[in-house]
Design a binder for this molecule. Structure first.
Ligand SMILES: Cc1cc2nc3c(=O)[nH]c(=O)nc-3n(C[C@H](O)[C@H](O)[C@H](O)COP(=O)(O)OP(=O)(O)OC[C@H]3O[C@@H](n4cnc5c(N)ncnc54)[C@H](O)[C@@H]3O)c2cc1C
Ligand SMILES: C[S@@+](CC[C@H](N)C(=O)[O-])C[C@H]1O[C@@H](n2cnc3c(N)ncnc32)[C@H](O)[C@@H]1O
Length: 605
């Protein structure tokens, strides 16, 4: 998550209103022509207006996001077309703009277009700016509305392309002039794009340089010139062969087993793709691990090579954006988190990451600074994670399930799964059976329904509660080997114990005492009397040895999102998007390496 470091765009304005990128000694299209160019060269060059009348979705890859003009113009054109097609737009950018620069540049640019177009573009630009991700290398999937997902990939095109898993119906190749920026136009890069082309894919570009046309033709594209735009005689259009591939129709119905955060998230992402989803829950939604009153949402700092660091960063950003797009739906507070290192080794690791990361993501703070931020005295200096906080997991489950295509059946205990010609037969304890072409297992640690061995463990955890008092405010979450959250409804949550092979469902006083000890390692003098600590909820985490959940395909039509461990509230929503994209043959919202990392059968013996 912190390597290679991402350097923001180095833009300079000029008198004619154009932005120049000094890194490439080249300029963006002028504000007055950029929008028309987006339509004439890129959108028309890929025949998008015709294609989204015929297709249920368009998967598009752009090299060079820049100011997002092409993206916003595509989104606006899709909206005006009245088409219900979904747009999965992925765009790679080496030097993303800061939010402030993007806002200023788009304001200027939109001010130069006709009033009706400006009225259409402004709310789209505002939505993009509101969700603009932190400057962290890698993938940032943004659900912008019910039809459009933008996945921004921050990094260098030649390095990033191999990690993109997906096939695309259209390509916008837009990386400044080849003589100023040759690495973006190399035969290797253009060949890589060809390797990701879906049948009958289109490609468009302003560039008609002979070397570029030859490289595309060598890679297998049928290349042609079209009339250019804005003083350029020609622009480029290319077409990938329309081979006779039997198109796999997407399932129209699905069954999800389990209504915790993982099942509710999976149901939501499938429903978003137009499937009618039945969620079967043996108890009631959020009755399992997802029933805690408070769940901490935060990136786990660490080295870039640590998968938990990467997925927790991507997962918390995804969830924060999802909640931002559904205001009022989920109780939460992005109050920030103070992370205290448990030992010197960990402190050094986090400090190293903090040194290479922006302070609005991770910042080392002294004891005094930490005390100021928290409103209480921590036991040690630490690291401030401003983009973090807490949510109420049962409220999150309810919000995720609140979709017209989702039906919930509580009290529906699934006892068997049998493969049929066109999908799966799902057998319930009351001898009823349901059928669906697609089944998702989201039962945490109850993996017996799968015929393969899916390796999960089970770890008990008890929360404790501490009544709030006016004389001891706490403004943010503080965590180390446990955590305390700011008061919600007059109670702080303190957590959590961790016990393997422990099935005791009733809360225990000895666990509260352990949580009291944890609290002493977090805050000095905040609570000195163990009798103030009250018992909280008991739950079980579904665990794996590598602390990475099990998400992906088990068999034809049978998928899993299981074992979300101690971070399911944070990570299961993004994992559901990953799973739904995998099921629907869409570009994945995480790098290709995550297919193997999350593979639910990776630990099967
Ligand atoms: C004490 C504790 C503290 C935690 N703190 C945090 C935190 O601060 N931040 C964070 O991100 N995560 C936290 N977690 C982890 C997080 O709560 C879990 O990872 C997450 O809730 C798991 O969601 P899930 O949907 O996979 O599982 P669950 O919520 O357990 O859902 C599984 C559902 O499947 C149902 N089910 C099972 N078998 C069947 C069947 N055969 N038929 C029908 N239904 C079935 C169950 O009834 C259950 O409702 C914590 C967990 C615990 C225990
Ligand atoms: C002409 S601009 C793109 C304009 C953009 N498509 C738009 O609609 O606003 C080219 C962009 O490519 C980016 N870029 C150049 N070389 C790159 C590389 N190797 N990897 C990723 N992005 C690169 C630049 O930072 C710049 O933002």
């Amino acid at each position: 998550m912190d390597s290679p470091p991402i350097r923001p765009a180095n833009w300079q304005g000029s008198d004619d209103g154009r932005s120049y990128a000094s890194d490439f000694a080249d300029g963006f299209a002028s504000p007055s022509t950029a929008w028309d160019q987006a339509n004439a060269v890129f959108i028309a060059g890929c025949d998008l207006p015709e294609r989204w009348q015929q297709a249920s979705r368009i998967r598009l890859l752009e090299t060079g996001f820049g100011l997002g003009v092409n993206f916003l113009a595509t989104w606006a054109a899709l909206r005006s077309s009245g088409s219900a097609a979904r747009l999965q737009y992925m765009s790679i950018e080496k030097h993303p703009a800061t939010r402030a620069d993007l806002q200023a540049a788009l304001e200027l640019s939109i001010a130069s277009v006709s009033l009706p177009l400006a009225r259409q573009l402004r709310p789209l630009a505002d939505t993009l700016i509101a969700q603009w991700p932190p400057k962290i290398a890698g993938f940032h999937a943004l659900e912008l509305d019910e039809q459009v997902t933008l996945t921004l990939v921050f990094g260098d095109v030649p390095e990033i392309l191999p990690s993109i898993a997906g096939r695309f119906d259209a390509f916008f190749v837009d990386g400044f002039a080849p003589n100023r920026n040759p690495q973006m136009w190399s035969p290797a890069v253009l060949g890589q794009l060809a390797s990701m082309a879906a049948p009958d894919a289109r490609l468009s570009s302003r560039c008609v340089a002979g070397a570029v046309r030859r490289a595309l033709a060598d890679a297998g594209f049928d290349v042609s010139k079209r009339p250019g735009f804005g003083g350029k005689r020609d622009c480029l259009s290319a077409r990938w062969p329309a081979i006779d591939e039997v198109a796999q129709a997407l399932p129209t119905t699905a069954i999800v087993i389990g209504a915790g955060v993982a099942g509710a998230s999976a149901a939501r992402q499938l429903a978003r793709r137009g499937m009618a989803v039945t969620v079967l829950e043996r108890d009631r939604p959020a009755a399992g691990g997802s029933g805690n009153p408070v769940g901490i949402v935060r990136p786990e700092p660490g080295s870039a090579a640590n998968p938990v660091t990467e997925i927790s960063a991507a997962g918390s950003s995804w969830l924060m954006r999802w909640i931002g797009r559904h205001p009022g739906a989920v109780r939460h507070d992005w109050c920030g988190v103070l992370r205290i290192a448990r030992d010197e080794r960990k402190r050094e690791k986090i400090a190293l990451q903090a040194a290479g990361t922006r302070a609005d993501w991770l910042k080392a703070c002294s004891l005094d600074e930490a005390a100021q931020l928290c409103g209480a005295m921590p036991t040690d200096s630490g690291f401030h994670l401003p983009q973090a906080g807490w949510v109420e997991p049962p409220g999150l489950v309810a919000a995720l399930l609140d979709h017209p295509l989702i039906t919930i059946r509580s009290g529906a205990m699934v006892v068997g799964l049998a493969e049929e010609t066109n999908g799966w037969r799902v057998e319930l304890a009351d001898a009823a059976a349901l059928h669906a072409p697609l089944v998702v297992l989201a039962t945490a640690f109850d993996t017996g329904l799968a015929s393969q061995r899916v390796a999960t463990g089970r770890a008990r955890g008890q929360l404790s509660r501490l009544p709030a008092r006016d004389d001891r405010p706490l403004h943010m979450v503080v965590c180390r080997d446990g955590y305390i959250a700011p008061a919600v409804d007059g109670m702080h949550t303190v957590g959590a114990t961790l016990q393997h092979d422990d099935e005791e469902a009733a809360a225990r006083r000895s666990d509260d005492e352990q949580n009291f000890e944890r609290l002493q390692r977090l805050l000095s003098g905040f609570c000195v009397d163990a009798s103030e600590i009250l018992s909280g909820r008991v739950g079980w985490r579904a665990t794996t040895q590598d602390r990475v959940p099990l998400v992906g395909r088990l068999e034809n039509g049978l998928y899993a999102t299981l074992a979300h461990g101690a971070r399911g509230v944070t990570c299961a929503p993004l994992c559901a998007e990953f799973l739904a994209a995998m099921i629907c043959d869409e570009p994945l919202p995480l790098g290709r390496e995550w297919i193997a990392r999350l593979n639910p059968l990776r630990q099967a013996r």
